[in-house]
Design a protein around this ligand. Structure first.
Ligand SMILES: Cc1cc2nc3c(=O)[nH]c(=O)nc-3n(C[C@H](O)[C@H](O)[C@H](O)COP(=O)(O)OP(=O)(O)OC[C@H]3O[C@@H](n4cnc5c(N)ncnc54)[C@H](O)[C@@H]3O)c2cc1C
Length: 409
């Protein structure tokens, strides 16, 4: 049964006219790589594989791009919910820095893809302001700064005074990061699929996978409609629904909330329209859109119960708006769209590629975490290397059961 991914009123679908339509699969097919799931993760895999010469097919149970991709607020960032120093504590400095560099490269790869696709996905390079939510968090932010600077990241340390000079609010300190971005995740996903289709990727909607069998030299997927897809390899990019049939111990489900405002008149108080987020956990993050809306998200709750998630929506909406009002008291905001959605993360803070004995020839793509877009691009490139016979040592960072410094109790 499909997971009830979200409830509420969604913004991104209102931004797209002429949504591409793909046929349902009505015959048995063969391919080199089958991608299950047509969300932003599956689309990034399809795009990345589309110029390799491999025969690629995508199957989407419902409508491509309309899973949790339509709840995504479209921030494209290299740093994630786990602070960099925490990743260092878990994985060691070399791995944590390498991961962050790969995320930074993925931002550039997303930029390149956004220019290449036939749909304008409103990609914009942005700076980001990562604020210390309290005096006690300044030291944490400083630890991250001291790791980022010697490793070549373009980041400045902002004092309370500098923040006050540029924004109408006060915070004890912040990191001002360059080379981050924003986009419209639905347009991005649809554009990637359209580009993939131009290059020969076969895409099927209303084509759900219900089971698989193993054959010599292949894995065979069986659709709900009774068709067979014989593939040399498969990428399972089924988003948080993966947890319904493959319980991965390092993955964890929570609930997240978001508000999209009516367009506001004046955003001149918002320095360079930077992405804004903070050290508090759960945190609140925000960005602007080309039509002057404000997207505010966060206040995650540790619940994976649909009723509990939805019951909290109206209170979370109020708190997100109040939080915004404290930062920008002169920008009046009214909610136009609000959503409560499931949100997957990993306990150790890094995304994963799952390979399991009961699923030979299959790679599960867990682009889980607050930077799902960036993680999916990073993992898609690793899978492309693997499937085209290129040895890439970075794969070892993302396989499940990777080594960590965490001692089990
Ligand atoms: C409120 C919120 C805000 C977020 N904001 C950001 C952000 O600002 N930046 C960021 O990078 N990330 C963000 N994320 C995370 C991001 O949304 C996700 O990481 C990403 O969109 C998930 O894409 P996906 O393709 O993995 O999953 P989905 O979009 O859910 O796609 C999976 C697809 O698989 C299909 N599927 C499932 N089972 C089957 C089957 N058996 N057969 C065929 N098809 C199947 C589904 O129908 C679905 O379309 C946010 C998440 C939430 C909830």
């Amino acid at each position: 049964m499909a997971l009830d991914l979200m409830s509420g009123k969604l913004y991104w679908p209102t931004t797209v006219t002429d949504v591409p339509v793909y046929p349902a699969l009505e015959e048995d097919i063969e391919c080199d790589v089958l991608i299950v799931g047509g969300g932003s993760s599956g689309a990034q895999c399809a795009y990345t594989l589309s110029d390799t010469g491999l025969r690629v097919a995508v199957v989407e149970r419902e409508k491509a791009g309309y899973g949790s991709t339509i709840a995504n607020l479209g921030l494209v960032q290299a740093l994630g919910e786990k602070m960099l120093f925490e990743l260092v504590d878990t994985f060691g400095e070399e791995t944590a820095i390498r991961h962050t560099k790969l995320c930074q490269q993925a931002v550039l790869d997303i930029d390149a893809a956004a220019r290449d696709i036939p749909i304008d996905c409103e990609f914009m390079l942005r700076d980001s302001l990562y604020t210390a939510s309290s005096q006690a968090d300044v030291a944490k932010l400083k630890r991250d700064f001291d790791l980022l600077v010697p490793n070549g990241f373009r980041v400045d340390w902002w004092s309370e005074g500098t923040i006050g000079d540029c924004f109408p609010f006060s915070r004890p300190a912040a990191l001002f990061m360059r080379d981050e971005a924003e986009l419209n995740p639905l347009k991005f996903t649809l554009g990637l699929l359209e580009k993939g289709k131009e290059r020969g990727v076969r895409i099927y909607e209303n084509t759900g996978i219900q089971s698989h069998t193993n054959e010599p030299g292949a894995v065979v997927f069986h659709t709900i409609g009774g068709r067979r897809i014989r593939a040399n390899h498969a990428i399972l990019a089924t988003g948080y629904e993966t947890m319904e049939y493959k319980k991965e111990p390092n993955a964890v489900m929570a609930s997240s909330y978001a508000v999209v405002s009516e367009p506001v008149e004046d955003l001149t108080e918002w320095y360079r329209r930077a992405l804004i987020w903070e050290t508090a956990r759960p945190y609140v993050y925000m960005r602007t859109t080309p039509d002057n809306r404000i997207l505010i998200g966060g206040l995650d709750e540790q619940t994976d119960v649909t009723e509990e998630r939805d019951r909290l929506l109206s209170r979370k909406k109020e708190r997100l708006l109040e939080g915004f009002g404290k930062l920008f008291p002169h920008i009046p905001v009214r909610s136009a769209f609000e959503v409560a959605a499931f949100f997957g993360g990993t306990n150790d803070g890094l995304p994963m590629i799952g390979k399991y004995p009961e699923y030979p020839r299959c790679s599960f793509l867990y682009a889980f975490g607050d930077n799902g877009l960036v993680y999916a691009m990073l993992l898609a490139k690793l899978l492309r290397d693997e499937l085209t016979g290129v040895s890439n040592p970075d794969m070892s960072l993302y396989v499940v059961n990777r080594p960590t410094n965490v001692k089990s109790s």
